[in-house]
Unconditional design. Structure first.
Length: 558
């Protein structure tokens, strides 16, 4: 019996040892009483400590010391002996100086929500392998950062200094930097000190005092790896110039004072997928301002005083041509009163109230060739000729003169109410948009008509026109999804219908001719009658067969 009891006790001891080995949460014998040690994770947070306890385990890798009352004088000298420590959390304490005696191998240091004022070279030299430095919500100013403080921090990737007292971006930052956060400071200028940060991917400058005069022209031009630029809550009146187009994907410009967007503001930003211009003072946009944004999927334009006049009609057409993947929000009319509160996309043409001169300027936009883009935008160039009445029946031509010739149009006034249009293309297209309107008409857009013609066609006949009237005719090459080709804009020409004649003109207005007429459009009368007789004979034969079958079945059953 005793031997059995001893065996049972030995079994319990062994089980206890096994459970102890299997449980990684067993407290180390060297763990300070004020902390909890789970393996190499040391938890001394939320303890009300005024100093870091001594005697921390030598194999510690992460120190959780946040939410205490630790002072700068409460950091023990033996802390630097913990050679395996890589992360230290010291946020929400009472530090008024950058901590000393830190382990040499620290890579991530969280010092948010303290009262640290200075950053010196000596304080950073003690942690030469630092990669992430979090100093948000402290009292660091531009003058309190020692010159050359970061010169030996060659591994630093993330530097967060949000909600401090910075008036400028710190100079001498290492080239290894990938992310900078300086939001909610007092930064009013950006010089060219960022040019060396070729590895920078994310730059956040929200809530500062930046205006366009304070941002130097070449401030961002060398940031070839920048994927996100955030300038929310500043005092910009226009988007910053010379944005890096190589890799920029997100541009945050909301809650500024932007009143105008220059035509080339977003040129070459072909990787940009999110653009936010919400909360500004925009009332209109220049035509084609988004044409370079090949990867655009999110366009946010809320809380702007959009005026849905003739200048914004192109936006309506652009919105209707977008693929479903593009999400556009906030294009609601703030004026005129009759369209206030309506979405621009839903407006009809006559709601834009354009004059003749505005119609012409709407169509006269530049044609871009496949050659490299010039450094400065070129003035659009068209060749249009307006015929005189005495030249009725003569051909007139219009073509682009900027870059290569895409469309060449010729027109001829065939009769009093028709105009014959012919065109040639230098490259194949799937479809073309053809539009025409009568000049001098009031309201001007009451007579505008548009249609889509197939790309293989080379001519079109406009019918139902008013005699002795001048018309403007425009063509735009399109793709199958109704997205305008990126290098094409309308080619226009003016002509006139003919003199009134004695015969009555057709009453079918703006008849579209989407199908080529058949050579023999009418069937012979004999063929029609013969077909009807044959059909009737087939029906009678089917009825007789059905009746005979029914009689035969009745006989068999009887």
């Amino acid at each position: 019996m005793v031997r059995q009891c001893a065996a049972f006790v030995l079994f319990l001891i062994r089980m206890g040892l096994l459970l102890g080995l299997a449980n990684p949460l067993v407290t180390s014998a060297s763990c300070p009483s004020a902390c909890r040690c789970d393996g190499t994770f040391i938890y001394c947070n939320d303890r009300g400590l005024t100093s870091i306890p001594s005697g921390l385990p030598q194999d510690a890798t992460i120190l959780f010391l946040q939410n205490n009352r630790i002072k700068s004088s409460g950091i023990p000298k033996d802390l630097n002996r913990l050679s395996n420590v890589e992360k230290i959390y010291l946020y929400c304490n009472n530090l008024d100086e950058f901590p000393t005696n830190l382990p040499l191998g620290v890579k991530e240091l969280h010092l948010q929500e303290n009262n640290i004022r200075m950053i010196t070279h000596s304080s950073l030299a003690q942690i030469p392998y630092i990669e992430e430095l979090h100093l948000d919500d402290n009292s660091v100013s531009a003058v309190s950062i020692e010159e050359g403080a970061f010169r030996d921090s060659n591994h630093l990737r993330l530097l967060f200094l949000s909600r401090n007292h910075l008036s400028t971006i710190p100079s001498g930052l290492p080239m290894s930097i990938e992310e900078l956060r300086f939001d909610d400071n007092r930064i009013s200028s950006i010089s060219e000190q960022l040019q060396d940060l070729i590895n920078l991917k994310r730059l956040v400058l929200d809530g500062n005092l930046l205006n366009n005069r304070g941002i130097q022209e070449l401030a961002f031009v060398n940031l070839i790896n920048l994927t996100e630029l955030s300038l929310m809550r500043n005092s910009l009146t226009a988007p910053p110039a010379n944005l890096p187009g190589t890799s920029l994907e997100k541009l945050q410009l909301q809650d500024n004072h932007i009143k105008v967007v220059p035509p080339g503001a977003f040129a070459f930003l072909r990787q940009l997928y999110r653009l936010d211009l919400s909360g500004n003072n925009l009332s209109s946009l220049p035509q084609g301002v988004f044409e370079d944004l090949d990867n655009l999927t999110q366009l946010l334009l809320r809380n702007n005083p959009w005026q849905c006049n003739c200048k914004m009609m192109w936006v309506r057409d652009w919105l209707r041509s977008l693929p479903t993947k593009v999400n556009v929000r906030g294009l609601m009319c703030n004026g005129p009163d009759k369209v206030k509160g309506m979405a621009i996309k839903d407006l009809t043409t006559d709601m834009f109230e354009c004059s003749d001169s505005e119609i012409l300027s709407t169509f006269e936009t530049s044609t871009v060739s496949n050659t490299p883009r010039p450094s400065q935008p070129q003035r659009p160039s068209f060749v249009t000729r307006k015929p005189e009445r005495k030249d009725f029946g003569r051909n007139y031509y219009s073509t682009t003169t900027t870059g290569r010739k895409i469309i060449t149009i010729s027109v001829k006034s065939s009769t009093t109410d028709t105009i014959h249009i012919l065109w040639r293309l230098s490259q194949p297209v799937t479809a073309l948009r053809l539009s025409w309107f009568k000049l001098g008409h009031s309201p001007p857009f009451g007579s505008i008509t548009e249609t889509i013609v197939q790309g293989e066609r080379t001519e079109y006949l406009l019918t139902g026109l008013e005699p002795e009237s001048s018309y403007r005719i425009c063509m735009v090459p399109m793709e199958t999804s109704n997205i305008y080709l990126s290098d094409e804009t309308p080619v226009c020409i003016e002509t006139a219908s003919g003199y009134h004649k004695s015969y009555n003109p057709t009453t079918t207005l703006n008849r579209e001719q989407e199908k080529e007429p058949y050579k023999n459009s009418s069937l012979p009368l004999a063929a029609i009658i013969g077909g009807a007789v044959a059909l009737l004979a087939i029906i009678m034969l089917a009825l007789v067969c059905w009746y005979n079958t029914d009689v035969l079945m009745n006989l068999l059953l009887t």
